[in-house]
Ligand binder design. Structure first.
Ligand SMILES: [Cu+2]
Length: 103
């Protein structure tokens, strides 16, 4: 009976992660990566310059992990480059697909 319960809860956990998850982190740029995780005014300025003027890809920094942003989600993160945000979405390998993003 105990074994059955464990496999059932594991199954629902897996279903949940396939369905979506929420992370808190910082939108940075691929050139500077985790350097902008503090979201200080300098970091915000640099990340925005990197993305908008140097064409760096926006990335999502969570702790010491750096995730890519799915192509279809890039327009959603653009207004938040350099900001600390909470993203709800789906993780596929190291690429995040954004459902919703809030500061
Ligand atoms: Cu930068």
């Amino acid at each position: 009976m105990k074994k059955l319960f464990i496999s059932a809860s594991l199954g629902s956990m897996m279903a949940l992660s396939a369905f979506g998850a929420t992370w808190s982190g910082t939108i940075s740029d691929a050139m500077c990566g985790a350097k902008h995780a503090d979201a200080s005014p300098e970091s915000q300025k640099c990340a925005q310059t990197c993305v908008k003027e140097h064409g760096a890809e926006p990335v999502f920094v969570v702790g010491d992990k750096i995730y890519k942003i799915a192509d279809a989600s890039k327009t959603k993160v653009m207004p938040h480059v350099g900001h600390k945000v909470t993203i709800s979405g789906k993780l596929d390998g190291d690429t995040v697909t954004v459902n919703s993003i809030k500061m």
